[in-house]
Design a protein around this ligand. Structure first.
Ligand SMILES: [Zn+2]
Length: 94
């Protein structure tokens, strides 16, 4: 999946953040003010800002891909529902 590759690239480019994250108190630390965050202690603030910006963009890409998929599924199930109603109508006919 493209997103996985992007995330791998992100943690490759921001290697010191990935390394620092190992020492954060929380495993799911987002390095945005959590107590015991090792990344915020080690990484320059503007670098961390860049990291968050890229992470947000990746997330937005993933979200819109997911939303597109959900929309397709919704449309499909609506389509199916209409067909089912047509069948019922025909069954009730004289
Ligand atoms: Zn952290």
């Amino acid at each position: 999946l493209r997103l996985d590759a992007d995330v791998a690239t992100l943690s490759g480019v921001f290697d010191e953040i990935a390394q620092g994250a190992l020492h954060c108190r929380f495993r799911d630390c987002r390095h945005q003010g959590e107590p015991g965050c090792a990344v915020r202690e080690q990484v320059a603030p503007e670098r961390l800002r860049n990291f968050h910006k890229m992470a947000r963009e990746l997330q937005r890409d993933a979200m819109s891909a997911l939303q597109r998929k959900e929309q397709r599924q919704q449309w499909k199930s609506r389509h199916r529902a209409v067909h089912a109603r047509d069948r019922d109508k025909r069954g009730d006919g004289p």
